[in-house]
Design a protein around this ligand. Structure first.
Ligand SMILES: Cc1cc2nc3c(=O)[nH]c(=O)nc-3n(C[C@H](O)[C@H](O)[C@H](O)COP(=O)(O)OP(=O)(O)OC[C@H]3O[C@@H](n4cnc5c(N)ncnc54)[C@H](O)[C@@H]3O)c2cc1C
Length: 299
């Protein structure tokens, strides 16, 4: 089985560059090892957390008491006809490159999206109203049943029916993505390339990569008539700062780490936004960023 290390700081494995240590940390090199790592934690009665690109999480300053299984080496991929099969640790932007190389269209909407296949499926990541659930043909998973892990295949119909805006079956069940098949279609190289370029440029232009962050902090709820970022902006919260955590001036739904922000700084800022939006607009924002680890007495 892959080496299990002790007390590994998680900050470098997150796009926020924030977070305390994992008491146990491992990087499996194959899907079989990945399975064994999960079983190792189950047998020891330790909680475990699957870490992809760390692009949607805020890890507590106190870290995570359990086993963190990082999927960065689970990078197998295969092309068959117009399908691409990718293991859970494949980076989305890499998948976009592979699709372009093979003139396969359908995933260019996600160009420039940080994170992995596993994370995108778990979050049902969405860009310009297109979500991951809509391009998936099937997903192979490990399902935790008691102290055992069973392999199972989820078919497209089941995935689509169980998904909605930024929600997926993976958030509700003990399902862990091992690999996924993306059903794409042939299209001219130039057409795919121009969409990819446009999407990457738009993210760059919005300053999304300028400072460490975890993307949108809150989900949008169109019942409120406008995106969460606009509501936060209208309340004049852009630029509000605690320590090195700041409501991004370029996009009010982002919190940036200006260098040495702690998880506690970010958390306190999140609470300020939530309180202000509730007090002044009567709106309860729903968090998109996931708080990971030990938050007792934090913030
Ligand atoms: C600059 C920036 C821009 C962003 N823009 C967008 C955007 O436009 N749209 C959008 O939807 N999101 C956006 N995000 C958020 C983020 O990119 C997505 O949520 C992404 O899908 C997270 O993937 P990840 O691999 O980093 O997941 P992580 O942050 O590592 O994990 C997120 C969750 O997925 C789970 N997970 C990871 N791998 C697996 C697996 N193999 N099996 C089961 N569960 C797993 C984790 O346990 C965790 O609960 C943005 C983030 C940043 C930093």
């Amino acid at each position: 089985m892959s080496v299990i290390e002790r007390d590994i700081p998680l900050a470098p494995y997150t796009t926020f560059r924030i977070g305390g240590p994992a008491s146990y940390f491992t990087v499996p090199e194959s899907l079989e090892e990945y399975r064994k790592c999960m079983l190792w934690a189950v047998k020891k009665e330790l909680p475990f957390f699957i870490l992809g690109g760390g692009a949607n999480i805020l890890v507590s300053d106190k870290g995570y008491r359990g086993l963190v299984i990082h999927t960065k080496k689970l990078k197998g991929e295969q092309i068959k006809g117009t399908d691409i099969t990718a293991e859970c640790g494949v980076m989305i932007d890499h998948l976009v490159e592979v699709s372009l190389e093979h003139c396969l269209s359908g995933i260019e909407f996600a160009a420039g999206l940080p994170g992995t296949v596993g994370g995108a499926l778990y979050m049902n990541a969405q860009v310009y109203k297109v979500s991951f659930a809509s391009i998936i043909k099937e997903v192979r998973i490990f399902q935790l049943k008691g102290r055992e892990l069973e392999e199972k295949v989820l078919k497209r119909k089941e995935l689509v029916q169980s998904s909605s805006y930024k929600r997926s079956v993976f958030q509700r069940e003990y399902y862990f993505v091992s690999k996924a098949v993306f059903g794409l279609k042939k299209a001219p190289h130039t057409e795919i390339l121009s969409k990819i370029k446009e999407n990457r440029a738009s993210r760059k232009e919005k300053g999304q990569y300028r400072y460490p962050n975890a993307g949108s902090i809150f989900k949008n709820n169109y019942k409120f008539g406008k995106p969460s970022g606009m509501i936060i902006d209208e309340l004049g919260l852009k630029g509000t700062r605690i320590g090195d955590a700041e409501v991004y001036k370029e996009h009010a739904n982002f919190i940036i780490n200006r260098g040495s922000a702690t998880a506690s700084d970010v958390y306190r800022l999140i609470r300020i936004i939530e309180d202000e939006v509730y007090k002044k607009r009567g709106i309860k924002l729903e968090r998109e960023v996931l708080l990971i680890g030990d938050w007792e007495g934090q913030g």
